[in-house]
Design a protein around this ligand. Sequence first.
Ligand SMILES: Nc1ncnc2c1ncn2[C@@H]1O[C@H](COP(=O)(O)OP(=O)(O)O)[C@@H](O)[C@H]1O
Ligand SMILES: [Mg+2]
Length: 173
Amino acid sequence: MEILRCENLTKIYQNENVEQKALDSVSLSVNKGEFVSIVGASGSGKSTLLHIIGTVDKPTSGKVFIEGKDISMFNKTESAIFRRRNIGIIYQFYNLISTLNVEQNIKLPLKLDKKNINEIYFNELVQTLGLKEKLKKFPNELSGGEQQRTAIARAMLYRPAIVLADEPTRKLR
Ligand SMILES: Nc1ncnc2c1ncn2[C@@H]1O[C@H](COP(=O)(O)OP(=O)(O)O)[C@@H](O)[C@H]1O
Ligand SMILES: [Mg+2]
């Protein structure tokens, strides 16, 4: 079953008078349960593509369908809610909330939706990711790898339909 489809995605960044084409008519299809890697040189558009699939950014043209639903038409609020419920994003630069500790960061998406937290799964995740001793620490007290693992846990706790991971193991050894 197809879970994600991109059709002719083009993204042109416009800064002052300079145009930068980051994506040039990219099409792809991903089935449920599939694991897909995107490989390319720095600056080739990997993050741009993930941000568009993750509804964080909009394409200049083209469409994205998730479970058959056209997400390119969503406004900002619709995008934010859809993303929180369906997509786990592990950003290249983590995007943790600096005023929240590790535990609060990981639980934030569920709290925003007033959903019950499965504490068993939460404990399993932080155990697996080696974050058990770090739960009360703030992002600026963490190493790069610990911040990245916090971002991974945050993306996973909601059990999203799609996980988008932007170089998620770069800081992990
Ligand atoms: N916000 C932006 N404004 C202008 N150009 C951008 C912006 N974000 C990315 N780019 C440009 O788009 C291209 C693709 O960037 P990016 O998607 O970050 O590549 P990658 O993740 O593969 O390294 C690069 O040339 C980059 O400079
Ligand atoms: Mg990138």
